[in-house]
Design a protein. Sequence first.
Length: 111
Amino acid sequence: MTVKDLEQQLPLVCIQENYDNKDVTAIYTSDLLSDVLANADDNAVLVTIQAHKNTVAVGSVKESPAIIICNDRPVPDDMIAAASLERIALFTTSMNQYTVSGKIYLLLNGK
C-alpha cells in the first residue's frame, strides 16, 4: 500500500499534496514526540494530535511518508509549509487515533 492508497481508502483530508508516494509498511501512534523519536520504525506513518511544525521535524528524522492529524485539529500554515518542504503527506481526519490506527492496521494486514 502507498500513501495515495491510504488517502483513497480512509476518510482523510489531504492538506499537503507535495509528497512522495512512498510505500506504507508501518504506523506509529503517539502524541509524545520524544516517544516517536525513540520508538517509531523508520518509514512509519505517524498518527497523532500534535499539530505543529515540530511534528514534521520528527517525521522527517524518522522518514515518515505521512502524518495524520486526528480529531479535526486545526493545522497551522507553518506545519503545512514544513511538510511540503520535507515532501511528507499531511492529512487530517475527524477520527481519533485509536480508530485511525485500527483501520490502517487492517489495511496493512489485508483484512
